[in-house]
Design a protein around this ligand. Structure first.
Ligand code: SF4
Length: 396
């Protein structure tokens, strides 16, 4: 096609992936499910003339059903799962005083940046897969039983604000027996193109709902889509766990905001937990340098590569309204407020999944499906030898 002339290797060509999705949707033998990332719902409407941040979850789901998806699931479900796994991992590290500061691992661009440029930090990254990759592994393992369809006929299509997820889905550790956990990754922009190509009048659609059980989420999963969201979700989980009583307040406004590097501390049970929230890799680099120089110390650091987080990912529509990032962030919190449940540990479907299938948090099955390892990708240089894999930094 035309793309191949522009890009001889096809690596810059997004079109073939959409064609694969069309094929999957029209193949009657295939059971195709959509896994929709939190931030898509506050940006897809912009492609159809809505204002930035308009929450168009219902229309988006209706459009996906019309396109032929058999089930539409919410990656926020997997974000709740991530918070439970990652929050527990963080508490373990903290009580053992190892691998601190704990760095989040849900942004594949950040993970790859660490692998290339700061491999000595690999041991400090959470071993949790990104919510999307957790979801892919879980769906590929669970759906064949639930819907009685062989694994090779289940296709998981991720719809995401993120172009880095295209690389992530192709990492060899996320393919099992030749079958990838996530079959295709399409961006918000690409979904918009598909909806237009199908002649669907997005604005006139009657809203549809997510399908159960993997479409069930709490607001903590939804706010993952903005900078600070992972930290806030982890706070809702860990604070309740550490204090052993219900949270008095759900909103941790201290970790929200627009500044590229933010800090917040919380006293709990006589000790202080120190958080840092970073967006943009330039800011991440600055923070790493400061930590290495002993100029600051944290227990938990959230890093998102895109300015303001996934609401502003590379696969989101371009918007020239000056405050579009704030509007999308506000949209995410608005979408979250419409939920009944707000703490990941209250997600009844996730809890049922642990009881019936996954077993213990961080247990053998969870380790197998939900956790991963990283690779030192630094090239040997003349003036330095790459740091060892999983070395970690000294506890702070
Ligand atoms: Fe992808 Fe950007 Fe979100 Fe990272 S911050 S997961 S690169 S959209």
């Amino acid at each position: 096609g035309q793309c191949t002339i522009v890009c001889p290797t096809g690596s810059l060509c997004l079109k073939p992936e959409m064609e694969e999705v069309w094929k999957s949707l029209t193949d009657k033998q295939t059971y195709t499910v959509a896994a929709i990332a939190p931030a898509v719902r506050v940006a897809i409407g912009e492609i159809f003339g809505m204002e930035a941040g308009a929450v168009s979850t219902g229309q988006m789901l209706a459009a996906l059903k019309l396109l032929g998806f058999d089930q539409v699931y919410d990656v926020s479900f997997a974000a709740d799962l991530t918070t439970i796994e990652e929050g527990s991992e963080f508490l373990e590290r903290r009580s053992a005083g190892v691998r601190l500061p704990h760095f989040t691992s849900c942004c594949p661009a950040w993970v790859k940046y660490v692998e290339h440029f700061h491999p000595h930090l690999i041991g400090n990254l959470s071993t949790c897969k990104s919510p999307l990759q957790m979801f892919g592994a879980l769906l590929k393992d669970r759906l064949p039983d639930l819907v009685q369809i062989p694994r090779e006929r289940v296709k998981v299509v991720s719809i995401t604000p993120c172009t880095a997820k295209k690389f992530e889905a192709k990492r060899p550790e996320f393919t099992h027996d030749g079958i990838p956990d996530i079959d295709h990754v399409i961006t918000t922009i690409e979904l918009g193109r598909m909806i237009k190509a199908a002649g669907i009048q997005f604005n006139d659609l009657s809203p549809e709902s997510f399908d159960m059980p993997f479409g069930f989420s709490t607001s903590a999963g939804v706010i993952f889509g903005n900078s600070g969201g992972v930290t806030e979700a982890v706070l809702r989980f860990t604070m309740e766990k550490l204090s052993n009583k219900p949270l008095a307040k759900l909103d941790f406004v201290e970790v929200r905001g627009e500044s590229g590097i933010r800090e917040a501390s919380f006293d709990i049970g006589g000790s202080t937990i120190r958080f840092a929230i970073v967006h943009g890799l330039k800011n991440a680099k600055m923070l790493i340098t400061k930590i290495a120089a002993g100029k600051c110390a944290y227990d938990f650091v959230e890093v998102m590569a895109c300015p303001q987080g996934c609401i502003n990912g590379g696969g989101q529509p371009v918007n020239h309204v000056y405050n579009y990032k704030q509007l999308r962030t506000r949209g995410l919190f608005t979408a979250g407020k419409m939920f009944h449940l707000h703490k990941p540990q209250d997600n009844i479907m996730v809890n049922e999944c642990y009881q019936q299938y996954l077993g213990d948090v961080g247990g053998a099955k969870a380790q197998q499906l939900l956790h991963t390892h990283y690779k030192n990708r630094r090239r040997q240089t003349e003036d330095g030898v790459a740091a060892g894999e999983g070395a970690g930094v000294a506890p702070t």
